[in-house]
Design a binder for this molecule. Structure first.
Ligand SMILES: [Zn+2]
Length: 356
């Protein structure tokens, strides 16, 4: 198996304040096995956790929230009738409509529920299944009307530290003729890997991670979950949907598996004291790419507390290099050991599947 997990362990030395002793601190630089980008696991980095009092005002009803039930049908835009007969796509509690901010040629917001506030632990599998189902229906409709828009992803920014502008829980889905930088990096590296090895990087990664059992967390149906060797964010968890190249290829069982995993990880994030997070579910080009597998990345962000310190500094913003506090192997052990997650998935209200 050609996947390499390469790292360098460095030491930073300084003298104690009295100048009498030497202090040694460690930093490990890890290379992403697909992209070759580097990440730093550094002693002393710390992500701030929840302050319950700071959240109280956001949990109250907000008379100006455009996503609450009283306003959503009046103030949100409708989908172009050339794209969909449905002006807004509904699936379970989710309602999807176009994004007013044109980040992409086609962009939509999918509100998870009419409830104005969800804690991180309340993103149930059922809510996520409905949301993904609505977004995939949108992707199918858009792509049928615009075949140039073949690059797409499903994303969540939750609460302000993640970049979210409204606290009412919602996801964002986009299709565009131009891939984002990360998508392009994934495509180029995965196609090169395919040409050199004749296999998909992500299928090999799952096999390798499962065998090594250092970062592997779960198999859930068609999905495999593990922490990242070279993380780009705090408490990062990744997943691969085996055998699926694009979001349009996901069937109901795949969607349920993705949703169950996201819901479990969020429950754990909540238990750690984090309330803000990002998720991206990456798709290969919609016209097909044998070398690609649908894959997911999710990270915690600084908790929403007054005067919080952003977890994105010069390293992340300007050097494109993450610095995180915990080794991914330790995160995998803790996540696997969350025995309450299994009972949560069993009671979260979506159809029983063999892997529950
Ligand atoms: Zn609201």
């Amino acid at each position: 198996m050609p996947i390499r997990f390469r790292s360098e362990k460095l030491q930073a030395r300084c003298a104690t304040p009295d100048g009498l002793q030497t202090t040694i601190r460690s930093v490990e630089v890890r290379y992403d096995p697909l992209l070759g980008t580097t990440s730093r696991i550094a002693e002393g980095v710390k992500l701030q956790t929840r302050d319950a009092a700071a959240l109280e005002r956001f949990q109250l009803q907000d008379q100006s929230c455009p996503f609450c039930a009283e306003r959503i049908g009046r103030v949100t835009p409708c989908i172009d009738p050339k794209v969909s007969d449905e002006p807004r796509i509904r699936a379970g509690e989710t309602m999807l409509f176009p994004n007013l901010v044109p980040y992409s040629q086609h962009a939509a917001v999918a509100v998870f529920t009419s409830r104005h506030w969800l804690s991180v632990s309340e993103f149930s599998s059922k809510l996520i299944i409905d949301n993904l189902t609505a977004c995939i229906r949108y992707i199918r409709a858009v792509y049928a009307s615009d075949s140039r828009a073949r690059y797409c992803a499903w994303n969540v920014n939750y609460l302000f530290p993640s970049g979210g502008s409204l606290s009412h829980p919602h996801s964002q889905v986009f299709l565009d003729p131009v891939p984002t930088t990360m998508m392009r990096f994934q495509f180029e590296a995965a196609e090169r890997y395919w040409q050199e090895n004749g296999t998909s990087f992500w299928e090999d990664l799952v096999t390798t991670e499962r065998e090594r059992n250092e970062r592997f967390v779960w198999d859930l149906g068609s999905t495999a979950w593990a922490t990242a060797f070279a993380p780009i964010g705090f408490n990062e968890v990744r997943a691969v949907v085996r055998g699926r190249q694009t979001l349009l290829q996901l069937d109901d069982a795949d969607i349920a598996a993705v949703a169950a995993g996201v819901s479990r990880v969020l429950l754990w994030y909540g238990a750690l004291g984090y309330d803000s997070f990002n998720v991206s579910l990456f798709s290969g080009p919609l016209d097909g790419a044998a070398w690609f597998r649908v894959n997911l990345v999710m990270v915690t962000r600084t908790a929403m507390i007054p005067y919080y310190r952003s977890d994105s500094m010069h390293l992340e913003r300007l050097h494109w290099e993450a610095a995180v506090d915990c080794a991914p192997e330790g995160i995998a052990v803790k996540l696997r050991d969350q025995s309450d997650l299994r009972s949560y998935a069993l009671t979260s209200g979506h159809p029983k599947t063999p892997w529950q």
